[in-house]
Design a protein around this ligand. Structure first.
Ligand SMILES: [Ca+2]
Length: 504
């Protein structure tokens, strides 16, 4: 409304005996809220990313109403380091967090984190579900930490199995994470129960309740809502399994990339900790492969439904127009690809993540092809709510891309993954993924170069081809400034010495 219209309507209002509506200026507008979905182990297995086998109507709707980043990359394909990067704005070589055993605050008491930034900006800061890998990490910077009551396994037979294995492991003297690892159940569960029985359904309900309270409170809020599916075990209510027919899922080719160095892949030890998965090395059979693919799809649809419930409540409360919604997966996943499973590698399938934005400052219905990194999210959110990004942030604000997705942007996205004394640094550039494995003396012990022009599957390592020598040398040079590996931390979770490293 321009000023002339305002005066005309004010006069009309006065004539009608009504108080004129105040003209809203930019200064009067409430700061936008932020609702940030953290989804555990969600690869781009979503309709909006072109996956034809999956049903994800709610996240697809979010994509239609906001911006989808086609090529977004996490900084390390495992939960804790990836989340620490997003929440601190630092790459893993700055956090020094490469495993699951080191909460961010045990390593960096003073870095300004994302929730801290919002708390200092006067926001209510709410964490629900799995956001930091360690729930109590950085707890001073959340104004609300409500907990829900859901379960991981819903079937009594599975609960009994876990109790038994837990008891046996305790008798063997296992403690802490070794105990919880030994006390796993099967890799999937299909239970005819309400959504709220499981942790994520319960957390969605809790988020809905909190949104109502936050609206009443009237302060801007930053809510981080973490869903633990589609992380293993693939446990979902039956109705989500029933969306699919198992026989419709093809078994992916088990071929590994030609010329791949052995350290590039894992033996998916994470999956082998579940009771129904063979311990011995080697690929899974076709039946188990299809069951797991079916279970992953059901878990994605379950997650999608939980996302949808919370978005619907945002609409119902009239909060959607002034709330920036972000949804990401903390890393990708191999779903039987290469005959392999889980994450823990530098492959495209493991580092590529879904990333969507919607809300004030975000163009609706757009797709962005720029190479973006998850360290870009912290400075982006800071700018979107009208602040300068903290100086320590290593990423770049996406604000201008969110307004116009085809603007100038960097063309290099970096991820990394350690294998004992060797660190693999990996860059996505144009259609290429280049990875080099560097030992503690800075010597390169292996290189990989894959052409992803035809898709996410790597087929042949081209790094030693003479015709690629110039490309490899150039990419290697560009990667060098990112190679700042810190010495291994000496303390475990909470600072205890001697904690064992684990990769999940
Ligand atoms: Ca994860």
């Amino acid at each position: 409304m321009n000023r002339r219209d305002f005066l005309r309507l004010s006069a009309a209002g006065a004539l009608a005996g009504l108080a004129p509506r105040k003209l809203q200026s930019a200064e009067d507008k409430a700061p936008p809220n932020v609702l940030f979905f953290f989804v555990d182990d969600l690869r781009t297995q979503l309709g909006c990313y072109g996956a034809k086998t999956v049903k994800s109507p709610n996240i697809d709707r979010l994509a239609r109403e906001g911006m989808l980043f086609e090529t977004a990359y996490c900084q390390q394909a495992v939960c804790a380091p990836s989340r620490a990067s997003v929440l601190s704005g630092w790459r893993p070589d700055s956090t020094g967090i490469y495993d699951l055993d080191h909460p961010l605050r045990s390593m960096h008491p003073d870095v300004v984190t994302l929730p801290q930034f919002f708390k200092q900006a006067g926001y209510e800061t709410v964490t629900i579900g799995k956001v930091y890998h360690h729930h109590d990490d950085d707890k001073a910077n959340w104004t609300r930490m409500p907990k829900a009551q859901g379960v991981g396994y819903a079937l009594e037979e599975n609960q009994a199995l876990i109790r038994k294995r837990h008891q046996e492991a305790k008798q063997q003297g296992l403690t802490g994470k070794a105990l919880s690892r030994a006390a796993r159940g099967p890799a999937t569960e299909c239970a005819d129960v309400p959504d709220e029985t499981y942790t994520d359904g319960s957390n969605a309900r809790l988020a809905i309740q909190q949104l109502g309270e936050l609206k009443q409170a009237g302060k801007p809020f930053f809510m981080a809502l973490g869903f633990v599916k589609p992380h293993l075990p693939f446990n979902s209510p039956k109705k989500y399994w029933d969306l699919y027919r198992r026989e419709d899922f093809p078994v992916p080719p088990r071929t590994t990339p030609k010329g791949m160095p052995p350290m590039a892949l894992t033996d998916f030890g994470e999956l082998r900790a579940y009771t129904d998965i063979p311990r011995q090395r080697g690929p899974l059979d076709d039946d188990k492969t299809r069951e797991l693919i079916h279970g992953y799809h059901a878990a994605v649809s379950f997650t999608d439904a939980n996302v949808g419930k919370v978005l619907d409540e945002l609409d119902r409360l009239g909060l959607a127009d002034n709330t920036i919604v972000v949804l990401w997966g903390d890393h990708g996943w191999k779903l039987g690809d290469y005959g392999s499973w889980c994450k823990h590698t530098n492959f495209e399938l493991d580092t590529h993540v879904p990333l969507l934005f919607r809300g004030p400052g975000v163009s609706a219905g757009k797709r962005c092809k720029a190479l973006v990194e998850m360290v870009d999210v912290f400075p982006s959110l800071a700018e979107l709510v009208g602040h300068k990004p903290p100086a320590h942030c290593e990423g770049e604000s996406l604000k201008r891309l969110l307004a116009k997705p085809d603007g100038e942007w960097k063309n290099f996205a970096v991820s990394q993954y350690p294998r004992g004394p060797v660190m693999g640094y990996s860059a996505r550039c144009d259609k290429w993924r280049y990875t080099e494995w560097v030992d503690r003396d800075g010597q390169i012990v292996a290189r990989e170069l894959y052409d992803h022009g035809a898709g996410p599957l790597a087929t042949e390592n081209l790094a030693d081809r003479p015709e690629q020598a110039e490309l490899v040398a150039g990419l290697s040079k560009r990667l060098k400034p990112y190679q700042r590996r810190k010495p291994a931390p000496t303390g475990g979770a909470g600072g205890k010495k001697g904690a064992k490293k684990k990769k999940e």
